[in-house]
Design a binder for this molecule. Structure first.
Ligand code: TYM
Length: 344
């Protein structure tokens, strides 16, 4: 892969991230992404947060469901505490600059780079030939999402790390190929955080995911209190009491996951959680975790429900966000096209 360009980007700092408009949001999305966006909003760099509807259609989406999911994700951004005046919240497809830059990047990225993307292998499974071409170039569109705002920081869960590395490679190759050092920044992955990889409640070795066929494997943001409590109660664990140190969780993936979830929800370190619960079994820990999960998610769920019953309010935010996003993205794409040598 290409070496980073020596000259550094010196433009303004911007934070950007997106969530796909496919399937219901779950606790992994909340802890790995949404809760962290809210914390980052307090810093001085502006945040661009979008609903990735272009990415969603890389696999079949029912059109009416896609529109509803787009509003649901926008509602989740708002209900989690993002302020639409400070952060720019918008649907990806409403800012054509994303797709335009993606085409240019399709001509910068190398087939060999995309062949290494593990997400495509996981999502296409045994039916590679029947997957959409969009699913294959998905990470190139993701690079365009980021670089069309010259974003410098990208908060995501750990599963997006490889896509971020590809984004950096594309930025570096573009800067080198066209002799424009520092034009695109090499964005930093912000995957640190208490729960960058929330695991399934049924299997400590599998990621909590929208696509897991078992609903028991995840806590959905729209689950009610009884469902959340039942899912935590039934979560897979082991018979041992909680240990005193993090090392004691090493060979216990399910226990480690529940401790990480507790820590992230309570804004504690995992060490602090163990200090509180060491020596106690899951019979004592699980009810406390269920209580904490319900307490933390109930206000978010209630506000999401309120917003989803007021689609005009959501649409106003999305329209305004799309306009403000385009104000930043359009000149960057115009400059990129000039660099490439397109007639104007
Ligand atoms: P998506 O929609 O799969 O997930 C949205 C965010 O949630 C995080 N996440 C998790 N974090 C912790 N534990 C989990 N089990 C878990 N599952 C999901 C994801 O890491 C992500 O931060 N390709 C992206 C969307 C995207 C994007 C972008 C992100 C499109 N363009 C540009 C950042 C920048 C995706 O499918 O996320």
């Amino acid at each position: 892969m290409t070496e980073p360009t020596p000259a550094d980007y010196t433009g303004p700092r911007r934070i950007l991230s997106g969530i796909q408009a496919s399937g219901a949001l779950h606790l992994g999305n909340y802890l790995g992404a949404l809760k962290r966006f809210v914390a980052l909003q307090e810093q001085d760099a502006p945040c661009f947060l979008f609903v990735a509807d272009l990415h969603a259609i890389t696999v079949w989406q029912d059109p009416a469901v896609l529109t509803a999911q787009t509003r649901e994700i926008a509602a989740a951004y708002l209900a989690s505490g993002l302020d639409p005046k400070r952060s720019v919240i918008f649907p990806q497809s409403a800012v054509p600059a994303h797709a335009e830059l993606a085409w240019i990047f399709n001509c910068v990225a190398r087939l060999g780079w995309l062949d290494r993307m593990t997400q495509f292998k996981e999502k296409s499974g045994k039916h590679k030939e029947r997957s959409s071409v969009g699913l294959y170039t998905y990470p190139v569109l993701q690079a365009a999402d980021i670089l069309v705002y010259k974003a410098t920081g990208v908060p995501t869960g750990e599963d997006q790390k490889q896509h971020l590395e590809l984004t950096r490679d594309i930025a570096a190759k573009f800067n080198n190929d066209f002799g424009v050092p520092g034009f695109f920044p090499l964005p930093e992955p912000l995957t640190q955080g208490p729960a960058p990889r929330v695991m399934s409640l049924r299997d400590g070795a599998a990621k909590m995911s929208k696509s897991d066929p078992s609903d028991q494997s995840r806590i959905n943001l729209m689950d009610d209190a009884d469902t959340i409590a039942a899912k935590v109660r039934k979560a897979k664990t082991d018979p041992e009491p909680l240990p005193e140190t993090l090392e004691g969780l090493d060979a216990r993936p399910e226990a480690r996951n529940l401790v990480a979830i507790y820590a992230a929800l309570a804004d504690l370190s995992r060490e602090q959680v163990l200090a509180q619960f060491a020596g106690q079994g899951f019979g004592a820990f699980k009810p406390r975790l269920a209580e904490l999960a319900v307490e933390s998610l109930a206000p978010v769920t209630a506000e999401m429900r309120r917003l989803m019953a007021a689609p005009d309010e959501i649409d106003r935010v999305l329209r305004d966000g799309a306009e403000r996003a385009a104000e930043i993205a359009d000149p960057i794409v115009a400059e990129t096209k000039r660099i490439v040598g397109f007639w104007r």
